[in-house]
Ligand binder design. Structure first.
Ligand code: AMP
Ligand code: GLY
Length: 425
């Protein structure tokens, strides 16, 4: 088979690496890919951006692509799956209507309400004055969310009324998120520990992946501004067996059933960002794709060939499919460019990746890197995801950080406490 992976981050390197390991696969093209996919076995980068549907389709047809796999939410929300399906090319991911679970928080909340999925209480607003009155009436802490896609920046967890009102001003008056801020969701502040639940689905069956936990703030002890994610590990002990089952039965299944009631067949990955509260798990958000960096430790833990599972999801045959995992715990530490998530420089040479990978049970997934004159250079905010595997979490953490310490580039930054919350349990 020839596979086309769409995207350029750490998630897409992990997907390409895992897909390339399948005996069914002879070649993986990655559009546009990164420095890691440029040198990965069986992989080749092609210079087409993830949102250039016409060029992607043309490439897929001209090169007899058997399966396309989409990483990021933007092309999904814009309908890349609909475009490929119209041309009879197999593609893994939700269509435009299904991707609304991530692309519109108001839609996601409405689905949750109808399906009785546990989530924070909320109200929806489309003008500043009524939103402000609501915030003043409810008081702080309170959470303000722009409705549409905002590159992970649309959520304000406001500790004071003033902070919430400022967020509303930015969304409705300054229009910092453009159309994505035409509506807002204002919701109850939830307390607890966060975790990520991902599952394959074909619209009928839910086939869960292992639990994981992301680390969103830039600094240790969850301080500083939020990022795309500074590290993750799997499994996450906060997700007990009971919570995991509850999430499958009372969150994931009702979600796809409610979508089916609305005439939407969801195929691909569903990702529930959970807050594990005293009263059980509640959904903070749905994503319509694999998480980044959760995918790196999850796929490093997966024993099964991923390709038959992806094909079963596309062909609506998941009920006959299972997935096997290594017993090990996996950890991914993200190394970022100094300055990220604000401004940072690019183009620094990265050294030590090879010696990091010489450690048994270590794989370095690239994110913002590029290959130039046989050198790997930094090319983004999140640069690498150093991923390690060991028989327990403590060892996996130690091994992963020993690999991180072999790597160097100018102004690099990483968190020193990935996985610590789970160790405390
Ligand atoms: P989201 O993009 O909806 O996942 O929100 C980003 C982050 O904001 C989450 O990872 C949480 O840390 C936080 N957050 C979102 N909604 C809530 C909520 N209702 N209560 C507390 N924190 C929240
Ligand atoms: N790691 C958070 C996300 O992928 O949305």
């Amino acid at each position: 088979m020839k596979v086309l992976v769409i995207g350029s981050g750490g998630r897409e390197h992990a997907l390409s690496w895992k897909i390339a390991q399948s005996d069914l696969v002879e070649k993986v093209f990655v559009a546009p890919g990164n420095g890691g996919t440029a040198i990965e076995k069986k992989c080749e980068n092609i210079n087409i951006k993830a949102d250039d549907f016409d060029s992607l389709l043309k490439f897929a047809k001209n090169n007899n692509i058997d399966l396309a796999v989409v990483g990021p939410e933007d092309p999904l929300a814009k309908g890349i799956v609909d475009a490929f399906e119209k041309n009879n090319i197999k593609i893994f991911g939700p269509n435009k209507a299904a991707a609304m679970i991530e692309a519109s928080k108001a839609f996601a909340k409405d689905v949750m309400l109808k399906a009785d999925i546990p989530t924070a209480y909320y109200s929806e607003f489309s003008d500043f004055d009524s939103a402000k009155s609501y915030v003043v009436e409810k008081g702080a802490p309170i959470v303000v969310k722009a409705d549409g896609l905002a590159a992970g920046k649309g959520v304000t967890v406001a500790k004071t009324i003033e902070e919430a009102v400022k967020a509303l001003e930015e969304i409705f008056i300054e229009k910092i998120f453009g159309e994505s801020g035409n509506k807002v969701i204002i919701e109850e502040f939830l307390e607890g520990e966060e975790a990520s639940y991902l599952a394959f689905t074909d619209g009928d069956t839910i086939l869960p992946l292992v639990s994981s936990q992301d680390h969103k703030p830039i600094y240790d002890n969850d301080e500083g501004p939020n990022t795309g994610g500074m590290g993750a590990y799997s499994p996450a002990p906060v997700v007990t067996e009971d919570i995991f089952k509850f999430t499958t039965e009372k969150i994931a299944k009702p979600l796809i059933n409610e979508l089916a009631n609305r005439g939407i067949t969801y195929k691909g990955i569903i990702y529930a960002g959970l807050m594990i509260t005293e009263k059980g798990p509640k959904v903070l958000e749905f994503n319509c794709r694999f998480g980044d960096p959760e995918t790196q430790p999850i796929l490093y833990k997966m024993k099964s060939d991923i390709v038959p599972i992806i094909l079963a999801a596309v062909d609506r045959q998941l009920k006959n499919t299972s997935v096997e995992w290594y017993d090990d715990t996996t950890v991914c530490v993200v190394i970022a460019s100094g300055g990220y998530p604000k401004s940072y420089n690019k183009g620094y040479e990265i050294t030590g990746i090879d010696s990091a990978e010489q450690i048994e049970g270590i794989k370095v997934f690239h994110a913002g890197t590029k290959l130039e004159n046989k050198k790997i250079l930094t090319n983004g905010g999140r640069v690498l995801g150093v991923t390690g595997r060991a028989s327990n979490l403590q060892e996996a953490i130690e091994k992963t950080y020993s690999a991180v310490k072999k790597i160097y580039f100018k102004n690099m930054h990483y968190r020193n406490d990935i996985g610590k919350k789970a160790l405390r349990r």
